[in-house]
Each structure stands twice: as C-alpha cells, then as structure tokens.
Ligand binder design. Structure first.
Ligand SMILES: Nc1nc2c(c(=O)[nH]1)N[C@H]1C(S)=C(S)[C@@H](COP(=O)(O)O)O[C@H]1N2
Ligand SMILES: [Mo]
Length: 395
C-alpha cells in the first residue's frame, strides 16, 4: 500500500496526469475481493429493500397487499431488520469502494455504448445507495434536516432507483462475478503473500460489519441491549422502562394532558359520548403484551392495559367493519391524526391503553390514553388521544 501511495504521489508531483489503474499495486484491489464483498452487499441490500417495502406498505396501506394485525411482532421484525441491514451497508460499501476504486481511473473512460450504460449504472448505484444510507442513518438518529423534501417519499423512491441500478450492475458484471467467485484468493504458490492480504482484508471487513451488527442490534434484540453502543436508543431505557419518541412537552400537550376535565370524545353512528378517565377505567379492562416498534429501528415489548377499541366502537354504534379516526390532543404534527383500519379496530388486542407495565401511563407515553395495536408502525400508535370517530358499518 505504501508503494501504491508513492507511485500516485509521484505522478501528481511530476504532472504526469491522473493515476492509472496499474499505479494501485495493493493486492486488495482485485476483482475476487470486490466480488466477494459484492455478494454480502447484494444480500444486505435485498433484505433491506424487501423489509423496507413491507414496512412502507404497513405505514401506507395499499389495496393489493392487505397487511393485518398478525403477527403482532411483524413490524418489529421487518423494521428492525430493515434498519440493521441498512446500517451494515455502510461498512460494506466502504470496503467495496476501497477495493474497486482504482477502476474509476481506467482509460479510456468510455469504450462504447454498453460500457457507458455500465458506468452510468455504477454511478447511479453508488449515489443512490449513499443517499439511502445517509438519510436512513439520519432518521434513526432522529435528525430530520429535510426541509425541501419528505423523508418517506424520497427514501422510498430512491430505494427503487438503487435496486434497479443494482440489478443492471449485476447483469453487466455477471461474467466477471462468475470468474471472480470461481477463483481462490491466491493464484499460485508465488502469490501466497498477496492472497493472505486479500483474505485479511475480507476478514477485516467482515469483522467490522459483524461488530457493527452486535453494537446496534441491541436496540431491538433484548439480550444485546447492554451492547447497543452504536444505537441511539435502548429498548429498556426511558420512563416506565420504555423509550420515548416525542415527549409531551415537545408535542405541546403538557397542560392539556394533565387537565382533570379531559374527556374522551367518542363519536359514531349512534351519537356522541364523552368519557372521563374514571369512567374508562370502570369499563371492561384488557391487558396485552405488545411491542412498540419505531420506524427508527428501536423496539420494545410492554404490558398495556385499557379498554379494547372494539368495545368503544360498539358503544358508538359501529361494528366489525368500522374504521376509527384517532385524534390527539396534539394540535400539529404528522401523527396527531391517524386512521385505524377495520381489521385493527376489530382486533381484541387493540387497546385504548390507560396503563403501562402496571402503572398509569407516564405523560410522555400518552397519558391520559393512547392507542396500542398489534403489528402497527410506532408512528401510528397515537398518544394523548382526545377523540375517536367511528365510521358506520358499510352497507
Ligand atoms: N400524538 C402523537 N403520538 C405519537 C407520536 C407523536 O409524535 N404524536 N409519536 C409516535 C412514534 S414515532 C412512536 S415510535 C411511538 C412511541 O411511543 P412511546 O413514546 O410511548 O414509546 O409513539 C407514537 N405516537
Ligand atoms: Mo417512531
């Protein structure tokens, strides 16, 4: 590697033009290394893309893919896997770029139409993947700097671009990939030392990736929680041993949530009712163990007690096919109003939760009452509920 840097420096100092691929002498710049890391990247990107799609359609339902409340841990699995594999793409992409970047200097830059499309697809693949990793990681760190574009729509669109570019790239490189994977890391006895360096690089890249997984997965894999040094959240740290996404103060509901004159307004086909917290606690109580799974990648199981939503639906004159519009005390914000589809509203596990892990809800967890439903993205588990509007049964 030292030789390599000296070569390149010499070219620059003597004004001999940009470096050529042969100036990069490290044995790590080798198609066998590039292809092996490529296989790991292909697997991680594939899993990341598919779990991301499922998560996306869970938050933005589409008619052709009816995702319901089962299994209760579904979103926890898809979103946890999505964020984890996306995070692992960072060390993997860096390793692959390092082993492959000398090829950027090959001459001539374009050797015909096919080669041009090949290079463009590589450019698009790198740009789109870096964009996805950067926006995804910013999101997991609760950093939302996008004033000019929405995160969800952009991350979703660029995902298709990067997967399209990945497929093109694999198609163009298929002969090289087959050749490279079919060959051992060293050519012959004479190449032994070089082969060892290639192997060491791959082991290093793998170790960094596995280490990143180990230090991140604890945000959702409970036994690893003490190792979650690279994750913004731990599943057991927060009021009532559960993390908080948005606090009551940030949502501007500190006063309204603590107001003893709070009433739950339930509106439906048979009219309007206003229920105090005391009246709600007198209704039939149900207790469910259900996860909160945030789009940011952390998730945790908790024990929730409260009134099944379907009891409130029938109180308001609705039925098993009614949907429920949930409105929060929160005035602004994307998640101040959410819609519970009928499959969730009718599920006996979907609660208007009043208590968490055996205590009254902390105000940051949604006191006086919040929604908790199985297999729902965290963003739709509305806190500080003020009003439920029950739709009539479709005739
Ligand atoms: N009204 C309201 N409810 C909300 C939110 C919000 O910003 N406003 N954030 C949601 C998000 S993103 C998550 S992950 C969960 C987290 O619930 P917790 O803070 O009780 O853990 O609450 C959800 N409920
Ligand atoms: Mo969230």
């Amino acid at each position: 590697m030292a030789v390599e840097h000296a070569n390149i420096l010499e070219r620059i100092l003597s004004n001999a033009g940009p470096p050529r691929p042969e100036d990069f002498t490290s044995p790590v710049h080798d198609e066998r290394v590039v292809a092996r890391i490529g296989v790991w990247i292909g697997a991680a990107m594939g899993i990341c893309f598919l779990t991301g799609l499922i998560s996306h359609y869970q938050q933005h339902p589409v008619g052709w893919l009816p995702l319901g409340p089962d299994p209760a841990w579904g979103y926890r699995l898809t979103q946890g896997t999505h964020v984890l594999t996306g995070t692992l793409l960072l060390p993997l992409i860096l390793a692959k770029l390092f082993s492959a970047y000398p090829r950027l200097f090959s001459r001539p830059p374009v050797r015909g139409l096919v080669h041009l499309v090949d290079r463009l697809s590589v450019g698009l693949l790198i740009a789109a993947t870096i964009f996805q990793i950067a926006t995804g990681l910013a999101n997991t760190a609760q950093y939302y700097p996008w004033k000019h574009f929405g995160f969800v729509g952009t991350h979703y669109t660029v995902a298709w671009l990067s997967v399209g570019a990945l497929c093109l790239h694999i198609a163009f490189k298929l002969p090289v990939i087959q050749r490279a994977l079919g060959h051992p890391l060293e050519d012959d006895e004479a190449d032994h030392a070089q082969g060892q360096r290639r192997r060491a690089f791959l082991i290093g890249a793998f170790t960094v990736t596995a280490g990143t997984a180990l230090l991140t997965a604890g945000q959702t894999v409970y036994p690893l929680r003490r190792l979650a040094f690279l994750a913004p959240r731990r599943p057991d740290v927060g009021p009532q041993h559960l993390p908080i996404n948005r606090t009551a103060e940030a949502a501007g509901v500190l006063t309204s949530a603590a107001d003893p004159s709070w009433r739950l307004h339930v509106s439906g086909p048979s009219g309007d009712v206003h229920l105090s917290r005391a009246q709600l606690t007198e209704m039939t109580e149900a207790t469910e163990r259900l996860p909160i799974a945030c789009v940011e990648g952390w998730s945790a199981d908790a024990t929730w007690s409260g009134v099944p939503i379907r009891a409130l639906v029938s109180l308001a004159g609705g039925g098993p096919h009614s949907t429920v519009l949930v409105e929060s005390l929160e005035q602004k914000g994307y998640y101040a109003r959410t819609q519970l589809p009928a499959a969730y509203a009718a599920d006996p596990r979907t609660l208007l939760a009043l208590r968490l892990n055996g205590e009254d809800l902390a105000v940051d967890h949604g006191y006086p009452a919040r929604i908790i439903a199985p297999n729902r993205p965290g963003v739709l588990q509305t806190k500080w509920v003020a009003k439920l509007t029950v739709s009539p049964e479709p005739s």
